[in-house]
Design a protein around this ligand. Structure first.
Ligand code: F6R
Length: 613
């Protein structure tokens, strides 16, 4: 968030950051022009209250400033990694959302020039680069310096800058992460979302991609990265404060479902470097990884379902056996582990006790542990030998949605990283698979654009059902399990997921007149044999009176006669099918729950982070 105007900036910023805390809460900080030619910066790890505790009482008289709540991507959540970051002279400050992909090269360049960097973040380089650009030609102004620097940055970077020499100005640039300008009377705001400033103004302007805004108390000038005047979209905010935090939705979960394309893109970003898939942290040598001859994936709940998908990818790409197990069972059955075993632990929170204990057990047996985690600095990544972070951002809704799809993509990245280490895939094949994974963001966006409304309608229609069954085969089986789990936990409805082939071995006895059965179809082209088999399964349940809800590939005409309700998803490669087909099931569960009058974000009896075994 940035502010320039007539009020005490500290007060405005703390108020705004409180509204933004749901976006990140591992550390926070502010930088305020102190009115005496300097910048006053305060930062603290932990929730916003830790920052408030270190802010000077009475504060500065400064009326220009910026603030940030962080969700760590590069560097653990500590005071020194908290934003804002400054250049060496302390005259330029920056806050950043996103990931600067080429930060390592920029950091090396700065260090070669003798610049000392004081944090582990990718963001700090932006402060040094802008200071350098500004000093080269101070008369050109801060905006010109920012423009010169963003041209050199790769990745996702929404940045806000202030300079001690320009105490009446804030400059912000947007690529990827959202940025909105708040237009007040003699004061201006800029923030990740309108919630930060709607206590002060409801007139806003949304910045487009690759735009720069220069704010003074009098107004905002928006240009593109080339300096041309840019088109903007002014709007009036008529949401209440709660709706504003939720992006206009009733629940965070709905917003988080919509954030999945960004979560996938952010998770992939920066993990292909010079043609090689890289992890975020690796304390294992390539030789130690090459010695791996068996993989166990351990996780709980939704993360376990992501783990089931890891098996398909890793076995297919690496030709190495993979077992997937719920973490709470793993260590109690004396699994065979040694230094050539890799245990992949998947956990959004990084604190789940069952998964953490599985990790500890594995390490006691000398197995290597690789964590997939959404929370930088959490216990599980700290106790692991290697880490890949899902950069999905904080998830407020208790039910995992964007962190699930991000975990699936992260599992595939781990599969590719192992394949290149084992030599089972050539660099060009890895690059092709990675590009394929990148296409998931567009495919998931298409699902969101096309299926949300019809799926919600269907959910309202079925909200009175007693039970719902979910069927899938191959990669559609974990999707069926996940669809059922979402419905259980949100709508408190009896829901079961089955491998469709198992139907005839028992579950078919459950089918009765009008029972809704969701079937996740494989592609008729990519997996023709499985497709045929599922068609037979649908016929079997239809013959017994079930209402069939079929998630199928666009253009799959053969399934149409058997689908009472058809949810069409884009045609994608086999491993991406779980991503496109689980999104409608998330929407379905959320809408059934809402229709039944339940709190979608806080389902009964459940906690976001389960720290007991
Ligand atoms: C379901 C859900 C839970 C979690 C599980 C593991 O929507 O959220 O099943 O997936 O408790 O949590 P993490 O990933 O934090 O270890």
């Amino acid at each position: 968030m940035g502010y320039v105007g007539k009020r005490g900036a500290q007060e405005v910023l703390v108020n705004g950051l409180r509204r933004l805390e749901y976006r990140g809460y591992d550390s926070a900080g502010v930088a305020i022009a102190d009115g005496a030619g300097g910048l006053e910066v305060h930062r603290a790890a932990g929730p916003l209250d830790n920052l408030v505790a270190v802010l000077p009482e009475g504060a500065t008289s400064g009326t220009t400033g910026m603030g940030h709540t962080r969700w760590a991507t590069h560097g653990p959540p500590t005071d020194r990694n908290a934003h804002p970051h400054r250049d060496g002279s302390g005259r330029v400050a920056v806050v950043h959302n996103g990931i600067i992909e080429n930060f390592a090269a920029l950091r090396a360049e700065l260090e070669a020039e003798g610049v000392e960097l004081t944090s582990d973040t990718d963001s700090e380089v932006a402060a040094h680069l802008v200071a350098r650009a500004f000093d080269t030609d101070p008369d050109a102004g801060l905006t010109a310096a920012v423009r010169a620097v963003v041209a050199r940055l790769e990745g996702a970077f929404t940045l806000v800058f202030t300079h001690a020499d320009r105490p009446d100005e804030i400059v912000a640039a947007r690529r990827s992460s959202p940025l909105v300008v708040g237009v007040g009377q003699g004061e201006m705001f800029v923030a990740s979302d309108v919630a930060a400033f709607i206590d002060f103004t409801r007139d806003a302007v949304e910045l487009g991609q690759d735009q720069i805004v220069t704010l003074t108390a009098e107004g905002a000038v928006v240009t593109d990265f080339l300096g041309e005047t840019a088109k903007t979209r002014p709007f009036h905010v008529d949401w209440d404060i709660e709706a504003a935090e939720k992006g206009g939705h009733d629940f965070f979960m709905l917003k988080e479902i919509e954030e999945q394309p960004t979560a996938l893109a952010d998770t992939l970003r920066g993990h292909l470097v010079d043609g090689r898939v890289v992890l975020d942290e690796q304390r294992l040598s390539d030789q130690e990884l090459r010695d791996i001859d068996k993989v166990f994936v351990v996780a709980c709940g939704t993360a376990y379902h992501a783990g089931l998908l890891a098996k398909y990818a890793i076995e297919h790409w690496c030709r190495i056996p993979v077992e997937v197990e719920v973490a709470s069972e793993f260590r109690y059955r004396d699994p065979v582990l040694d230094r050539s075993t890799l245990v992949v632990a998947i956990s959004q929170s990084g604190e789940t006790a069952d998964t953490l204990e599985a990790v500890r057990h594995a390490r006691d047996q000398k197995a290597r542990v690789l964590a997939i985690c959404n929370t930088n600095g959490a216990q599980i990544p700290r106790e692991s030998d290697a880490v890949l972070y899902t950069h999905a951002g904080p998830e407020v809704g208790v039910a995992a949605t964007k962190t699930f799809t991000a975990q699936v993509i992260a599992c595939y990245l781990v599969g590719l990283a192992l394949a290149q280490t084992f030599g089972t895939k050539y660099a060009d094949e890895v690059a092709r698979e990675y590009a394929e994974l990148e296409s998931s963001t567009v495919a998931v966006q298409r699902v969101l654009d096309a299926v949300v409304e019809p799926t919600r309608e269907l959910a309202r229609d079925l909200a009175g059902s007693k039970a719902v069954l979910f069927l899938g085969r191959h990669v559609g089986f974990p999707v069926a399990l996940e669809g059922a789990l979402k419905l259980k936990e949100l709508a408190y409805m009896h829901a079961e997921g089955f491998a469709a082939g198992e139907l005839k071995h028992g579950p078919i006895a459950l089918i009765e007149q009008d029972l809704p059965v969701v079937v996740v179809m494989p592609s008729p082209k990519g997996r023709a044999i499985l497709h045929q088999k599922l068609l037979s399964n649908i016929r079997e349940i239809q013959a017994r009176g079930a209402r069939t809800i079929v998630v199928a590939e666009e253009g799959d005409e053969t399934v149409r006669p058997f689908a009472e309700h058809l949810i069409e998803v884009p045609a994608v490669s086999t491993l991406l099918q779980p991503l496109v087909s689980s999104v409608p099931l998330q929407v379905f569960a959320a809408e059934v729950a809402r229709s039944r009058g339940y709190d979608v974000d806080k389902p009964r009896n459940l906690a976001k982070s389960v720290t007991v075994e």
